[in-house]
Every structure is written in C-alpha cells, then in structure tokens.
Design a protein around this ligand. Structure first.
Ligand SMILES: Nc1ncnc2c1ncn2[C@@H]1O[C@H](COP(=O)(O)OP(=O)(O)O)[C@@H](O)[C@H]1O
Ligand SMILES: [Mg+2]
Length: 414
C-alpha cells in the first residue's frame, strides 16, 4: 500500500496541509521544531489512530483549536483507492455531544464505529527515537509495543484489550467503594463476578501475548545477530501472572501442541482446555490477593502489569546494557515488528523513519534498507546531505522526493 496524499487539519502546528507524495522514498528536511515529526506523526495517526509519542489525543489538537483531522489517500497493492480519516474532538468542540470528547473515524467516506475495524486497513511501522523507551523504560512501553503489534496483525485483539480495561475499571471502582471493615458477603460475591470475568478475559489475552512474544524473540534475535555480528544473543521473555507461562508451556510440550499453537492455531478443544487452565490459575491468584487489594484499593495482580523481558545473553537489558546495546536492540525489535506484519498482512506496510536514519552507522543503515525494499518510505532529517548513498540501494529510490519543512509549511523540491 502507498500514500498518494496527506491531509491535516488543526493537527499540531499544521492549520491545514494538503500534500501529494511520491510512491517511493520521501525525505523531509528542515531545522528543529519546524513540524517534521508532527507531519509523520499525522501520517501515523491517520492509519493507527494513536500517536507513537503521546497517549493524550488532546496533545495532537493545534493549540487554541478544538478538533483535529488527519487523512490519507492511499492506493492498495491491488490498485484500489483507500481513503482514511482519523480525528479527535475535545469536550469544547461543537462536534461534542453531552460535553464529552470523542473520535472521528472514516474509511472510504463511511463512518467506522469500531477501532478494530479501522486499525488493520493500513499498516505503518514507525522508527523513532522513542523506540529506545521499549528497551530502557517502564513496562508500559513494552506492553504498548506488544499490544500495537498484535492489534495490527489481529485487530480483534484490540477488542479483547478494551473489554479487559472495562472490566478492570469496574472492579477498581468497586474496590475503591469498599470501606475498611465493611467487607460483606455481597462485596465478596461482586468481586467473585469481576474476578471470574477478568480471569476469562486474561486467558485469551495471555494466549495471544505469549505467542507473539515468542515470534518477536525469534525474529528480533535474528535481526540483532545480523546487525551486531552475532556476538551477543538477544531474547524476549513474556512475563505475566506467576505460574501461567509454566502451565502453558507444560500443556504445549506434554501434548506436542507447540507447533500448532505457533503455526495454524490450536483446535477448538485444545484452545478451550488451555484457556480453562490459564483462567483458573489467574482466578486463584486474584482471590489470593483479595484482602490486600481491598485494603489498598488497587488490582495488584493481573495482565495490566504484564511485561516482556528483553535480555542480552540472559541479562535484562533495562538494567545491564549500554545505551549503544539498547539502541541496537530497539532497532532489532522494530525490524521484527515489520517482519511479523509482513508475515500476517498481505499488503506492503509503509515505513516512517523519524530522525533515525542519519544517526545510524553503515551496518545499521544497510539492515534497515534491506528490510525496507519495495515499501513506501518517509524519512525526516535536519540535513538532507546526511542521508547518504545507502538510500540509493532501495528499489525505485531514483524517484526520491525531497521536501523542505519550515514553520508548518512544506515545499516540494522541483
Ligand atoms: N498541539 C500543538 N499545536 C501547535 N503547535 C504544536 C503542538 N504540539 C507541538 N507543537 C509545536 O510543534 C513544534 C515541534 O514540531 P516537531 O514536528 O516536533 O519538530 P521537528 O521538525 O524538529 O520534528 C514545536 O514548536 C511545538 O511548539
Ligand atoms: Mg522531530
């Protein structure tokens, strides 16, 4: 798939932008704080709804305005036209009903009600300085990486997450409402209900996360090996509610179901069986911390605390690796995201490199260029001469287009 034109309305520092782009390599250059990242963020948000650098949709609205829209005109691999608009309005907007903020999602001129019906339409992978957060920062960044990837290849996963969040919010509201020493049979029954529902929902999410963590581990370690010369070994380990991974692995090995699970999928019977084992385990754990959770008014255990441990030669990178090692791992993880999307999705993903290409050395650039073949690419940089000859190795890169970004105005070079 490739973008023909980009349309932004009150997005970050863009009041209005309508820009035609080339099907191959597009390079946006300009000084700092001119709107290069804002532009590629707009492209990403138009396809993926949420931003790669903020979780607050209201940050994306141009200062002083009440709504933004980010739209793309695309051509799919089969030649058909696709038109997407993703937007957001604040409670102050005239679009807001009952004073609440809300989303605008339009695909081919028809409103889309469910986020899961939108996010799989156009896949974009963005490489940005923020990727380093995946390796060195809090678990929330790694959950976001995992959740975004799984949602892209399996949009129904997004509905599982939404359902879990809703259940958790309701249980947390109940936990907050229970006064010390006012625990009763009624509150116990209510908590039983939420715990049961949460355990069921958790089991489905865990079964997806474990599988994708394995896929990421396999593909990322391969990319890491070729970037770093194979001296160190990168691995990813899924870390969830205590005891669950062990039970899942025992089930898969004992019944020789590992290949099915990783490949074509488990049969309905096997899926039901392992889902039951996992949800029972989670339920038991939730019950074991009930008194503590009532006292603290929190949900101390659950998949909302999941993490993926990123290890280099068995040492957790967050704690033990150098900045350089962390950068290489972040790049390997993103290349793995790209590879996994290509494995599952038929149309070619679009790539964005925000401020990363000019920072990389030759080996890393070549790994990236290798992975990018055939895709439409958007690159931002401060100095267009820093991009180098590697970009010429990309098929069709003779059609590279250059654009100057200056205070929210974009001018295409003739
Ligand atoms: N919501 C917003 N409304 C208006 N301007 C914004 C908004 N968010 C960020 N900006 C401005 O955008 C500029 C940064 O743009 P950015 O695209 O990140 O720069 P760069 O070209 O260096 O990538 C800053 O001057 C910032 O004030
Ligand atoms: Mg930038």
């Amino acid at each position: 798939m490739f973008i023909r034109s980009i349309h932004l309305e009150n997005f970050r520092n863009y009041g209005r932008l309508d820009l035609d782009v080339g099907p191959s390599v597009n390079i946006f250059y300009g000084n700092n704080a001119q709107g290069k990242t804002n532009l590629v963020e707009g492209i990403y948000v138009a396809s993926s709804i949420t931003s790669h650098r903020t979780s607050k949709d209201s940050d994306l609205i141009k200062f002083g305005e009440n709504e933004y829209k980010a739209g793309l005109d695309l051509t799919d691999d089969d030649g058909s036209d696709v038109h997407l608009v993703s937007g957001y309005y604040s409670e102050k907007s005239s679009m807001s009903r009952s004073g609440r903020p809300g989303r605008i999602l339009i695909a081919d001129n028809a409103p889309v009600d469910k986020i899961s019906d939108y996010i799989g339409i156009c896949n974009i992978v963005i490489f940005a300085p923020e990727d380093l957060n995946i390796v060195k920062n809090a678990p929330a960044f790694r959950r976001k990486f995992l959740n975004t990837l799984i949602s892209k290849v399996s949009p129904s996963y997004f509905n599982l997450l939404t359902n879990y969040s809703r259940l958790l919010a309701q249980k947390n509201a109940l936990l907050k409402s229970i006064k010390p020493n006012s625990k009763s049979d009624l509150t116990d029954q209510q908590l039983d209900f939420w715990d049961f529902s949460l355990a069921e929902s958790s089991a489905e999410i865990i079964l997806k996360r474990y599988r994708f963590a394995k896929l990421i581990s396999d593909t990322a370690s391969k990319h890491h090996g070729s970037i770093s010369g194979g001296k160190e070994n990168l691995s990813i380990e899924y870390n969830t509610v205590f005891g669950v991974v062990g039970a899942l692995e025992t089930f898969l090995t004992k019944n020789s179901k590992y290949d099915d699970y990783m490949g074509k999928g488990l049969s309905e019977g096997d899926y039901g069986c392992i889902k039951g084992i996992i949800s029972d385990l989670v339920l038991a754990k939730l019950k074991s911390v009930r008194n503590y959770d009532i006292e603290k008014h929190i949900s101390s255990i659950g998949i909302h605390r999941d993490d993926i441990l990123i290890k280099l030669d068995d040492l957790e990178m967050k704690k033990f690796s150098s900045q350089g090692q962390q950068r290489t791992a972040a790049l390997a993880l993103k290349l793995s995201e790209l590879e996994i999307i290509k494995m599952f999705v038929s149309s070619t993903p679009i790539l964005i490199l925000d401020d990363v290409f000019s920072e990389l050395d030759k080996t890393r650039r070549l790994s990236l260029v290798q992975a990018m073949k055939g895709a439409q690419i958007f690159i931002t940089c401060t100095d267009k001469n820093m991009i180098g000859e590697e970009i010429d190795a990309i098929e069709g890169a003779n059609k590279t287009e250059f654009y100057k970004v200056d205070g929210g105005i974009i001018t295409k070079e003739a």
